[in-house]
Write a protein that binds this ligand. Structure first.
Ligand code: SAM
Ligand code: SF4
Length: 332
């Protein structure tokens, strides 16, 4: 699959198992302690009230039914999942679900130092920490005021707690091309796997403010300066393509959701914190399924999930509206 101006190429992978929907992103909150420029407007987004958000009991009932319908991997997300109280207890109960083989979490990392060990002990296997820049000033600008040191402390807490693999998500924003050497240094020093993620234009107002940076543009820098080699994704099926930097402990990868149309290989469902199930990041609100009325009816819930999976579209639909919801409300 060719990206950018065509000089840099991402290595193709088999799509044989592509149509297996086995992965659920479970958003436990729409609230967040940061305000990343590509995710939210400066004033933030209106938060749902507590009674609009699924309780942990309801989330567990949904997860159990999803596992019964064929989901084997769950990623806890948000908003910022670590701002929700009682998360470790919830994780422990999720991890105990029979049939679940992989439990992970995506976080901005800032609160991880205080809870990484507890989450690991609760049965969480893996974490992704979102760090879009390794330059203090740029990080503060992209997060509207957070401190890079706090996110790096979270990353180190994740490594110390024994999560494996630990990945770093970095959304490709203008200026990232000048940070390639810093990210290379990060994977030399720490056993972490960086994934540069193409910006997805979910919110038109925010999209108008940001230049799109194709994954291929950064890959060219990586190829030109660091002689990377493509490696198989060692972490299961997913949209990322990975590259090894000679001598480094970790890898650098790319998720090219816009340049590389991976809809045909999509294996995921998304449950938003308000109980609405999405089979596509970009699907319109009228295609969402409100699962709350089905909680307490396990057979009906499993049947509805199975039906949603059966009806999932694998066609590219990036132009479709997301119903005005931003990433923090959907869960990434
Ligand atoms: N707050 C957590 C975090 O930032 O990791 C979890 C939720 S966040 C919505 C999940 C992921 O989505 C993060 O890696 C974030 O960088 C990414 N993300 C947010 N908005 C995005 C956008 N418009 N395009 C691509 N990725 C985006
Ligand atoms: Fe919050 Fe994550 Fe969105 Fe940043 S990307 S504003 S940390 S939800």
């Amino acid at each position: 699959m060719t990206l950018g101006d065509g000089r840099a190429t991402l290595v193709g992978v088999s799509t044989s198992a592509a149509r297996r929907v086995d992965y659920l992103r479970l958003s436990v909150t729409d609230r967040c302690n940061l305000r990343c420029v590509y995710c939210m407007p400066p004033e933030g987004v209106p938060w749902r009230s507590h009674d609009e958000i699924l309780s942990y009991e309801e989330l567990l009932a949904f997860a159990a039914a999803a596992v019964a319908a064929g989901i084997t991997r769950v990623r806890v997300t948000g908003g910022e999942p670590l701002v929700r109280r009682g998360l470790a207890g919830f994780v422990e109960r999720l991890a105990a679900l029979d049939g679940l083989t992989d439990l992970s979490l995506t976080t901005n990392g800032v609160l991880l130092p205080g809870c990484a060990a507890e989450l690991r002990a609760a049965g969480l296997a893996r974490v992704n920490v979102s760090i879009d820049s390794l330059d203090e000033g740029r990080y503060a600008q992209l997060t509207r005021g957070a401190r890079l040191g706090d996110a790096l402390a979270g990353l180190d807490a994740a490594l110390a707690a024994g999560f494996s693999p630990v990945k770093v998500n970095a959304v490709l924003m203008a200026g990232v091309e000048d940070e390639v050497d810093r990210f290379v240094e990060l994977v030399r020093q720490r056993e972490v796997h960086v994934r540069f993620i193409e910006y997805m234009p979910l919110d038109r107002r925010l999209a108008a403010e940001h230049d799109f940076v194709p994954a291929g543009f950064v890959l060219e820098r990586l190829h030109g300066d660091h002689h990377v080699e493509a490696v198989d994704g060692p972490f299961g099926l997913g949209p990322a393509r990975y590259y090894r930097v000679p001598g480094a402990r970790g890898t650098i990868g790319f998720i090219a959701g816009v340049s590389d149309h991976f809809c045909a290989r999509c294996n995921r469902l998304r449950l938003m914190a308000d109980g609405r199930l999405k089979t596509c990041l970009f699907s319109a609100p009228e295609r969402e399924l409100d699962i709350r009325p089905l909680i307490g009816r396990p057979a009906a819930l499993s049947a509805a999930i199975a039906q949603a999976i059966a009806g999932k579209s694998f066609d590219r639909c990036v132009e479709a509206p997301s119903g005005g919801r931003g990433m923090s409300q959907i869960g990434g």
